[in-house]
Write a protein that binds this ligand. Structure first.
Ligand SMILES: [Zn+2]
Length: 190
C-alpha cells in the first residue's frame, strides 16, 4: 500500500488503510502492479491470437470468442487501473486543499509558524500550486517579511501570469515596500 503524499510504502492492515504520517488513505499499488502484469499477458495473448489467425492456424469460429474474451479482460483491467489513477489524483487534490485550508485558518488565527509549516509542506509536495504560493506570500507579509512575501507572490504570478488578483496583490506588496523604506524594511535589503 502506497501513500500518494509522502510515498511511504505501508503494509496492508485489515480495517486501517491510512498513512500514519499524512492521514491520507492508502492506494493499493500491489493491485495496480497485478493489473499491469495481467494487461501485458492479455496483450501478448491477443498478439499471438492475431498471428495464428493471420497464418490461417485458426478459423473465425475459434478466433471470435477468444478475441472477445481477451478484449473484455483488457477493458476491465484498463478501467480498474484508470479508477486507481483517478483515486490517486483525488486523494492528492483533497490533501492539498485540506492543508491549504489549515494554513489559511492558522493564518487567520495569527498562528503564523504553523501556517507557514503547513504551506511549506504543500509547496514541497506540489511546487506548481499557485494558491499555496499566494498563501505563503500572505503569511510572510504577516510575519513582516515583506521582501520574501513579494518574492513568493511574484513566483505565484509567474505560474499564473494572467491572474488579476495575484497581479493586484503583487502591486499592493510593492507599494507597501516602496512606502515603508524607513520602517525597517530597508534593512532587509541591506
Ligand atoms: Zn504519507
Amino acid at each position: 500500500m502506497e501513500c500518494v503524499i509522502c510515498g511511504k510504502g505501508c503494509e496492508r492492515v485489515e480495517g486501517f488503510n491510512f498513512c500514519t504520517k499524512c492521514g491520507v488513505e492508502l492506494i493499493d499499488d500491489e493491485r495496480e502492479g497485478e493489473l499491469g502484469r495481467r494487461l501485458q499477458e492479455v496483450t501478448a495473448a491477443r498478439e499471438a491470437l492475431e498471428k495464428q489467425r493471420a497464418e490461417g492456424q485458426i478459423g473465425d469460429a475459434a478466433y471470435c470468442p477468444i478475441a472477445s474474451t481477451l478484449a473484455k479482460d483488457s477493458q476491465q483491467g484498463e478501467a480498474e487501473l484508470e479508477a486507481i489513477e483517478q483515486k490517486r489524483k483525488r486523494l492528492r487534490a483533497e490533501w492539498v486543499y485540506k492543508m491549504l485550508d489549515n494554513a489559511e485558518q492558522m493564518l487567520g488565527q495569527g498562528n503564523l509558524e504553523s501556517a507557514s509549516a503547513a504551506a511549506q509542506k504543500v509547496i514541497q509536495f506540489d511546487p506548481t500550486n499557485t494558491a499555496t504560493h499566494m498563501t505563503m506570500a500572505r503569511i510572510l507579509n504577516s510575519q513582516g517579511r515583506l521582501e520574501d512575501a513579494i518574492w513568493a507572490a511574484r513566483y505565484a504570478q509567474g505560474l499564473d501570469p494572467s491572474n488579476i488578483q495575484i497581479e493586484e496583490y503583487v502591486g499592493q506588496l510593492e507599494l507597501l515596500y516602496q512606502g515603508k523604506p524607513q520602517t525597517g524594511v530597508k534593512q532587509l535589503f541591506a
